[in-house]
Design a protein around this ligand. Structure first.
Ligand code: ZN
Length: 323
């Protein structure tokens, strides 16, 4: 281990140059490794519902650092191998960094989808050795729309947060209509109070849908089911009608039981590490023993899975020899 205090000034400067070159090399290697992790969807197998949560929780990156690495990786991975190699060299040389790449990645979302790889490469190269401000200006000159932060959430004190969001005209009108309709509960017509009330109502509604207390089926389906019931009731072959009833139907009582038992979180557990996902994102009911292979609709055969892990499970069932 080098004792820094004993190095001469030039030696210390040489030392920090060497380790910062190693750091840049590592950035390029990390982007490459993340691309392979994403290709294998390894974060799902290890119990993370997204690559972002894998980066923040498993790799211990800050949210900003995770976002920059993932955005850079997703930009680089769409480039042909030769261009990919050039970008890697530029990262290692320090003329392009992860801020440049994540800004290009953001900017491309606002630019024509017809942009080809050489044009994207030209855009990346135009940002070499630029500061953050210069980089943003060049991207706008190249046709990108300014990207404003869509939302900002900051703590004010131990019990309150400040949330800034952008609203389109339609949403603002809906909020104003909601304030008018709930004026008896919100007499001061406060937008803040109305948003909090709307969030609570929407949450209650979604929970009731998940636990089967109310149905979220489309009206036309209910109506066709009603028509079918009417037809069946009048039919002599009532037994056949009962047999035709959708077998996938899970009653509200069972949904409530599963929801309550699984505490409203994803139950995926990585068999290797024992890590439990616990995500609350887009939860779905999963048949542990597949429905198509005779698995029943009883609570014991059901569990909550987040959408990502439900998809992962289906892909593993289809492709049992995956990593
Ligand atoms: Zn999950």
């Amino acid at each position: 281990m080098i004792r820094l205090q004993k190095l001469k000034d030039d030696e210390l400067l040489g030392h920090i140059q060497n380790i910062s070159a190693s750091e840049r090399k590592i950035y390029a290697d990390i982007i490459e490794a993340l691309e392979e992790i994403e290709r294998r969807k390894l974060y799902l197998a290890r119990g993370y519902s997204s690559l972002f949560s894998f980066c923040t929780e498993f790799l211990k990156y800050s949210e900003g650092a995770a976002q920059r690495r993932i955005a850079s990786m997703r930009l680089v991975k769409i480039l042909p191998p030769a261009e990919k190699s050039i970008v890697k060299t530029k990262i290692e040389a320090g003329s392009i960094n992860l801020t440049h790449l994540s800004k290009v990645s953001q900017a491309l979302r606002t630019m024509p989808k017809t942009l080809k790889a050489p044009e994207k490469m030209k855009l990346i190269e135009s940002l070499e050795n630029t500061t953050k401000d210069e980089c943003e200006r060049k991207l706008i000159e190249a046709g990108a729309k300014p990207v404003f932060k869509r939302e900002d959430l900051r703590p004010i004190n131990s019990e309150e947060y400040r949330l800034s969001i952008n609203l389109d005209t339609e949403s603002l009108q809906a909020l104003q209509e909601y304030i008018a309709l709930t004026a008896h509960q919100n007499p001061w017509a406060s937008k803040e109070k109305a948003v909090c009330m709307a969030i609570q109502s929407a949450l209650e509604l979604e929970k009731k849908k998940r636990t089967g207390e109310i149905t979220s089926k489309a009206p036309e389906k209910s109506s066709s089911r009603a028509k079918l019931k009417e037809h069946n009731d009048s039919s002599k072959d009532f037994t056949a009608a009962v047999a035709a009833k959708p077998r996938r139907y899970i009653c509200a009582k069972t949904k409530r039981k599963v929801w309550s038992r699984d505490k409203g979180v994803c139950q995926y557990v990585d068999p290797k590490t024992g890590r439990s996902c616990q995500s609350k994102h887009a939860l779905q009911l999963d048949h542990i023993h597949e429905f198509a292979k005779g698995g029943g609709n009883e609570a014991i055969n059901l569990r909550l899975l987040c959408a990502a892990h439900n998809r992962h499970r289906r892909s593993v069932i289809r492709r049992p020899k995956a990593h």
